[in-house]
Design a protein around this ligand. Structure first.
Ligand code: GDP
Length: 472
C-alpha cells in the first residue's frame, strides 16, 4: 500500500505486479528491496534508498566542533593463542590504577578504563582476539580505535597473528605491535620484526610506519612505553566527542543475571549516559535503573569512551548492537517493536552481503567499486598464485582486494570477516567446516569452492563484467 501510494497507482496493480513476479502478497505486506526495485521498475520508477540499513534509523544530531573534547582511545589486543593477550590485559588492569581511583578492577564486564600515571586514560576491551572484534564489526559497530597485535618473541608470526593483522587492516584500524616475552631465554624480537617486515609491516625503528614495543607482559617491562605509543597513535587520530549530549554507543556484552535481571555492558562513544536514561539497543529497551563501573562501584553517569554496566533493559541485546538514548519510553518501545517485526519478516539477515551474481547489477547501479575476497586453500603456492591473478583483474572501475588469505579450511572467523567487510570467500581445494557453513548461511556470505585456479579467476572475471548467470 505504501509503495502504491508513493507511485500514485492503485494498490491492486502493485499486488498484481508482485503476483506476476511470483510473489503472493497482501496489502499490508512488507516487501524486500529486491521486489520493490522490480515493481518500481515495472511502473517506470527508479528507487533510491535513504539508508542501506533496513532497521529504523535514528536521526543523530551533528556536533558543533566547539563542543568536542578529547576522548580516550579504545583498544583491542589481538594475537596468536598463548602469545600473551590475557597476560597483557591483566598486567595493565592490575598495575595502572593510580592512587585516588578507588577500588581495583574486580569484575570482568567486557571493557575497562585505566588512568595512566600521566593522567591520560585508555579503554581496553577485555575480550581479546580478532573474532569478537570482527563479530561486532559485522553488526556495524566500530568500537575499536587502535589494535595492539601481540607476538611472542620466543615464537614466530603465526596463523592467528596473520589473521589478526588482516582483520585489523580490513577494518582500517591502526596497529601497534607488542613483541612479548622478552624476559624468556631464547626470545628474539628482531626475528619477529623481520618476519613482520617480510609481510610489509615495517616497524618504526627500522624506518617503517608501525610503532612497536618490546615487552614482558609477565614482568611489566616495556608496558608503560607501549601505553605511550598507543597514546601517540591516538593523538594522530585526534579522537573527539561531545559529552554534552544524549549518549550513543555499542553493546559490549549482555546477559541475564539471576538477581539483577538483564545486565549489559555498554561503551559510550559520544555523549554522556546517565542513570534514569531510556536506552534503546537493537530490539530491546528500558530505563537505566542502576549503573556500575568496572570497579563494581555505582555510578550516575558515563562519558565518551567509558564502559558501564547497566541494569534495566527488557532483554539481552547482541554484542555489537548500537544503543541510543530516547526521549520517551513510548518512542523506545515503538522502534524496538518495529525492529523486532522487521527481523521476524526478513529473517535475522538485515544486511545484504555481496554475491558474485549481484556484482553486475550493483555495478550498473554505480555503487560497486571494490570486490573484497578472502582466499583459503590447501597449499601456499596456489593461494599466492590465485590471489595475484585476482588482484590483476582489477579495472579502473572495480578494485579487487584480497583482504585475507591463508592455508586451511574455511572457518567461522573467515565468514565473520567476510560479513563485516562485504567480502566473499574462495576455497581452493578446501571446504568450510560445519560452524563456517552455518554462519555463512545465517549471514548470507557467498562461499565458492574450486579445484582449478582458472575456474575461480574466470568466474570473477565474468562476474565483474556482469555476465555471471545466477546459479540454479
Ligand atoms: P593468550 O592466549 O594470548 O591470552 O596468552 P596468555 O596471556 O594466556 O599467555 C600464555 C602463556 O604465556 C601463559 O602461561 C603466560 O604466563 C605466558 N606469558 C605471557 N606473557 C609472558 C611474558 O611476557 N613472559 C613469560 N615468560 N611468559 C609469558
Amino acid at each position: 500500500a505504501d509503495l502504491a501510494a508513493m507511485m500514485n497507482v492503485p494498490v491492486n496493480k502493485v499486488i498484481g505486479t508482485c503476483m506476476n513476479l511470483g510473489v503472493m502478497v497482501s496489502i499490508n505486506q512488507r516487501l524486500d528491496a529486491e521486489i520493490i526495485n522490480m515493481v518500481a521498475e515495472e511502473f517506470g520508477f527508479k528507487t533510491e534508498y535513504e539508508s542501506a540499513d533496513v532497521t529504523e534509523q535514528i536521526q543523530e544530531e551533528e556536533d558543533d566542533p566547539k563542543d568536542l573534547v578529547q576522548r580516550p582511545p579504545v583498544v583491542t589486543v589481538m594475537g596468536h593463542v598463548d602469545h600473551g593477550k590475557t597476560s597483557l590485559l591483566d598486567y595493565i588492569r592490575k598495575s595502572n590504577v593510580i592512587a585516588g581511583e578507588a577500588g581495583g578492577i574486580t569484575q570482568h564486564i567486557g571493557a575497562y578504563n585505566v588512568k595512566l600515571p600521566n593522567g591520560r586514560r585508555i579503554t581496553f576491551l577485555d575480550t581479546p582476539g580478532h573474532e569478537a572484534f570482527t563479530a561486532m564489526r559485522a553488526r556495524g559497530a566500530k568500537v575499536t580505535d587502535i589494535v595492539i597485535v601481540i607476538v611472542a618473541a620466543d615464537d614466530a608470526v603465526m596463523p592467528q597473528t596473520v589473521e589478526a593483522l588482516n582483520h585489523a587492516s580490513a577494518a582500517g584500524v591502526p596497529i601497534v605491535f607488542a613483541i612479548n616475552k622478552i624476559d624468556k631465554p631464547g626470545a628474539n624480537p628482531d626475528k619477529i620484526k623481520e618476519e613482520l617486515a617480510n609481510m610489509n609491516y615495517l616497524v618504526e625503528e627500522w624506518g617503517g610506519k608501525y610503532q612497536s614495543q618490546d615487552i614482558s607482559a609477565k614482568k611489566g617491562t616495556g608496558v608503560p612505553e607501549l601505553m605511550e605509543k598507543v597514546l601517540l597513535e591516538a593523538d594522530l587520530l585526534d579522537l573527539k566527542a561531545n559529552p554534552n549530549r544524549k549518549a550513543t554507543g555499542s553493546i559490549i556484552e549482555s546477559s541475564l543475571d539471576k538477581g539483577r535481571g538483564y545486565i549489559a555492558t555498554v561503551l559510550v562513544d559520544n555523549g554522556t549516559l546517565r542513570k534514569g536514561d531510556i536506552v534503546l539497543a537493537g530490539t530491546h529497551y528500558g530505563k537505566i535503573k542502576a549503573m556500575f563501573n568496572e570497579r563494581n562501584m555505582p555510578i550516575t553517569e558515563a562519558g565518551p569512551s567509558s564502559p558501564a554496566l547497566i541494569l534495566g533493559l527488557n532483554g539481552a541485546p547482541t554484542a555489537g548492537d548500537k544503543f541510543n538514548v530516547m526521549d520517551t519510553d513510548q518512542e523506545a518501545r515503538q522502534i524496538a517493536n518495529k525492529r523486532e517485526q522487521l527481523q521476524r519478516e526478513l529473517g535475522l539477515r538485515t544486511q545484504k552481503r555481496v554475491t558474485l551474481e549481484d556484482i553486475g547489477r550493483r555495478r550498473a547501479l554505480g555503487d560497486f567499486h571494490e570486490l573484497n575476497v578472502i582466499v583459503k586453500g590447501d597449499v601456499d603456492g596456489s593461494i599466492e598464485a590465485l590471489s595475484d591473478s585476482l588482484i590483476k583483474l582489477s579495472t579502473p572501475e572495480v578494485q579487487v582486494n584480497v583482504i585475507h588469505k591463508a592455508v586451511g579450511a574455511i572457518t567461522e572467523s573467515d565468514v565473520i570477516l567476510a560479513a563485516a567487510s562485504d567480502a566473499y570467500i574462495i576455497g581452493f581445494q578446501v571446504r568450510p567446516n560445519a560452524d563456517a557453513k552455518r554462519t555463512a548461511q545465517q549471514e548470507g556470505v557467498d562461499i565458492r569452492i574450486y579445484s582449478i585456479i582458472y575456474d575461480a579467476i574466470e568466474e570473477v572475471k565474468q562476474a565483474m563484467e556482469g555476465m555471471l548467470a545466477p546459479e540454479i
